[in-house]
Design a protein around this ligand. Sequence first.
Ligand SMILES: Nc1ncnc2c1ncn2[C@@H]1O[C@H](COP(=O)(O)OP(=O)(O)OP(=O)(O)O)[C@@H](O)[C@H]1O
Length: 632
Amino acid sequence: MRSAWIESYGVGRTKKFLHRRGNHSDDTFHSTSFEWQRLENDISQERVKPAGLLHVLPYCGPDKKWVFLGALGCMLSGLVMPIYAFLYAEIFNTFTLTGEELRRSAAFWSLMFVALAVLGGIGAMIRTIGMGFAGDSLTTRMRLLCFKNILRQNIAWFDEEKHSTGKLSTRLATDAPMVKAAAGHRLGIVLAAVVTIIGAMALAFVFGWKLALAISAASPVLVIAGFIQIKVQKFAQQKDAVLMEGAGNVASQAIQNIRTVQALNRERTFFIKYINQLLEPFREAKKQAYVYGLVYSFSQGVIFLIYAGAFRLGAYLVSIEDMSPTNVYRVFFAIAFCAISVGQMNSYISEYSKAKLSAGLLIGLIKRRPEIDSYSSYGVFQPVKGKVGFRDVHFSYPQRAQVPVLQGLSATVSPGQTLAVVGPSGCGKSTVISLIQRFYDPLRGQVTVDDVDLRSYNLQHIRRQISVVSQEPVLFDCSIRENITYGLQDPDFVPLAEVEAAAKSANIHDFIVSLSQGYETRVGDKGTQLSGGQKQRIAIARALIRDPKILLLDEATSALDTESEKVVQEAIEKARVGRTCIIVAHRLSTIQSADCIAVMDRGRIVELGTHEDLRAKKGIYYQLTKRQQISH
Ligand SMILES: Nc1ncnc2c1ncn2[C@@H]1O[C@H](COP(=O)(O)OP(=O)(O)OP(=O)(O)O)[C@@H](O)[C@H]1O
């Protein structure tokens, strides 16, 4: 079968195949199954509990009044069906009458129907508005709190695979609507259905308890059939999710790397791989169709068998004058409405269980408090001079706890001095920069600023004293001016002269004013409309406008060509003046003028001194300069 598919992947057959697999309900089915799988995986990875209605209710905040209004609407609209069952039976009664009696009775009962219409209309209106508004307010609030709390998490948390960009975006984009799907006016419909079931059962028992009891006694069979139906569906969806994951991986690999795929002419290979991945779920879907057919026909059959039995019993009770025909109608209609309401609830169960998982994940995220908390208002706020110290710092990344990265690193940089950090790739240079920004805390030892442990400072306060320029400058999709003022407290109130001064120090002012829209030019997503050197100089201007006491440069010029490097290097030389600067660099020519150079190896400083001192030592640094053909 597989080779037949592959051979026939010529356009006609493939199109048919994809068309068949890609119809709307199929997509919905697969996305549903993926959701189950994803939610259950995430719940177990995050070690959180599913959260039911009562747990999410507090997130409605002051909008709880809408929930109560909605609940009132549910009560009113839920009662419509049992009352309708009662009235409907009267139609049969009325038509047994004649003449004036018939006219009067018809006029009365039709008035009752009008009253029911008013009750139902008001109930449905209040229910839909109340529950709909409460659902919207709940999910908007949960989404906001979730995003706010994501932003406060420490960097180690983001390093975890389970907190990748994709996963966290899904949490915001999919999980919040999933809660809404089960909490908004859909919940209103189900609560109304519960009221209908209770009301209709009460009606049935009041007007014919024997018949009602007999029908209810058979209803567990229906409940079991419904339960089997849900279990079969869930199992099939999970199986499908596993099978479809392979296809998903192939597709995303190809689309993510489309340039490489097209450049290497690998479109066909990926397409064949994709077909192979789809074959198994395709066969599985066929098997599932048979199982579904059986389960559905079983529950349909059971419903009509119950009615058949009830019909006989009703006739018997009427014949022995135990029940009036009108009451038999009442019980029948009441039970029929119950069955419809149970159906509505059944279809809601799977949505509700998914919403419980989603809500659990969202609440888990909302409640999580990080160890390094950027929203904390505690800690030292004292002004900073800019002395930076490392005292016997040991560190390894939480994700690779067994691999030591810094192993007893000690160094001091006085205020206004420049320390350059060099060493082989992977020795821990960028880690030093991360620790100064307090993205992580050392396992042992201390990182200090002005001889005070970094952990004692208020996090936002200390980060305000530090600016960083890294190898890949990060620009946001807004104007150049906004990009430069991005890290300031009140970016909208910064005078243009200040922005221009920063841009001049960063050697980028002339370029900016040569653009037709000057400082208001938008840089495009991730700064795609600028060259690497231009982006880097804007990043330097952004660092400078904050007037930081400590400037960190992590390979700021290493991604640039020689010409751009020269211009950026000049900008850096100017930027260093009057502040403590720590530079990580591969190209030694860029750090020769540093006050002190630290040579790192395997997480320790092995040589320390000026360029001249270290060359004279004829150690590792000397070897490195020789390799880079620096002869003075
Ligand atoms: N977030 C992280 N999680 C786990 N390990 C990491 C993480 N970041 C870096 N490492 C590891 O820590 C070690 C030191 O990395 P670091 O980036 O500090 O080295 P580096 O000296 O700056 O290297 P390069 O010069 O190549 O940039 C490396 O072995 C690296 O694989």
